[in-house]
Design a protein around this ligand. Structure first.
Ligand code: ZN
Length: 286
């Protein structure tokens, strides 16, 4: 039986996430506070743990179709399965990327005010694969079967001159559509807009983990202005101190961030062509 309190909470969560995506300056905190006080009439099994981690609350708000609750240290998924939120292991920087639980996804700072990222701050590069595969698809074919076309820019920067495949899951395709509409109003940057790729099921180069491009909620753009940490620092290891380089105008970055996308240029291991739909990272770093 569907509990009306849960339905009400879900509606609240959806609006909270929309709000955080709409404006970078708007904090989602007031809604988070409201959620910490569940309706007193809820049955015991619908009441979240009193010590529910902030990250679990954020995941419920940002992915309401999939993350329905938190109980006994586990995310409660819409298909009835659960995911351990924190495996309790202390991890090295690389383990936080290669073997992430949901808690590890919130281990890094995403600083929207700094001119360059701090050492080893890679918010968003850590992805719990069990969670992302459950939402976007467990295999290349599963992800691909859901993709829709989103109107995009051609090589000359003309809006609608081309299209890209993107996942509609979690509203990602609609959010990308909203980004495109904003970019179209900034023709001065059109030489940056051509897509360099969206969906591509693969593992990260030289690593064991799945690339964000596997899930269909990521786009690379940048034309001749792309920079990448390994191109500028050949032979660098994950913990090497490296030189930062960016050519992407911040007006473009901010347009993506207003709609729930994080930018790879805010990673210490920068990838300035890379934009990925990760509203939970933005909500955790207002
Ligand atoms: Zn990318």
């Amino acid at each position: 039986m569907l509990c009306s309190a849960i339905a009400a909470a879900a509606a609240l969560l959806t609006s909270a996430c929309d709000k955080s995506n709409a404006k970078t300056t708007d904090s989602a905190e007031p809604v988070a506070v409201a959620l910490e006080k569940p309706a007193t009439e809820s049955p015991a099994d619908a009441t979240p743990d009193a010590d529910m981690p902030k990250g679990a609350q954020i995941l419920m708000k940002c992915y309401p179709d999939f993350v329905k609750g938190y109980k006994d240290g586990r995310l409660q998924m819409s298909d009835g399965t659960t995911i351990v939120y924190d495996d309790g292991r202390s991890k090295t920087f690389e383990q936080k990327l290669d073997d992430a639980d949901p808690e590890d996804m919130f281990a890094f700072k995403y600083d929207r005010t700094a001119s360059k990222p701090e050492y080893l701050q890679d918010a968003g590069r850590s992805r719990c694969e069990a969670l992302f595969k459950k939402m976007y698809g467990n295999t290349a074919a599963q992800v691909q079967s859901k993709l829709v076309s989103v109107k995009w820019f051609d090589a000359n920067g003309n809006y609608g001159g081309s299209s890209v495949k993107f996942t509609p899951v979690n509203g990602a395709a609609d959010h990308l559509k909203a980004v495109a509409a904003e970019l179209a109003k900034m023709p001065q940057f059109k030489k940056y807009y051509k897509s360099e790729g969206t969906f591509y099921w693969r593992q990260v180069r030289g690593a064991k983990r799945q690339s964000a491009h596997s899930y269909g909620m990521t786009i690379d753009i940048g034309g001749n202005f792309k920079t990448y940490w390994l191109w500028s620092n050949p032979g660098a290891k994950e913990t090497t101190r490296i030189r930062y380089e960016n050519k992407m105008p911040m007006e473009i970055v901010e347009a993506f961030e207003r709609h729930g996308f994080i930018w790879g240029g805010r990673w210490y291991h920068y990838d300035t062509m890379h934009f990925e739909y990760r509203p939970e990272i933005l909500m955790d770093n207002p």
